[in-house]
Design a protein around this ligand. Sequence first.
Ligand SMILES: [Cu+2]
Length: 150
Amino acid sequence: MWRARAHIELACVAVTAAALCLALSGCGVATRAGAQPAARSVRVTERDFRISGPRTLTAGNVRLDVENQGPDQHELLVARVGGSATLPLRSDGLTVDEERIQAAEVGSLEPGAPGARRQLNLRLAPGRYVLFCNMSGHYLGGMHLDLVVR
Ligand SMILES: [Cu+2]
């Protein structure tokens, strides 16, 4: 008999604690959701030889929803740049020197097939960025987009 009573009292404590939790919305899932808000999704499209997307964004988490409209394969790199939005080229004169801007790179997608749609999650601090494709000749062909994050 006392066992059953103890069990009921424990259940009451558990229910009360859960109710208190919800009332304060200070524990469990509510806290985690508050600390990491769902990423905004913004559309970026690539095609020969152009990148279209937002030119300004507010700082924070963002998910780039990247669609390759082809007809060629395209990759996407995102680099934070200083005063100049012009990126250094390799000695081949056809591609950006990724080693020299490695520290500034905040995210990238490998080459994707025409028609592919991929996501790239980024945490963007305020600053100036360039989105570009570094397949041979594509950057010089116009596949770059300036982005300002405030
Ligand atoms: Cu490309």
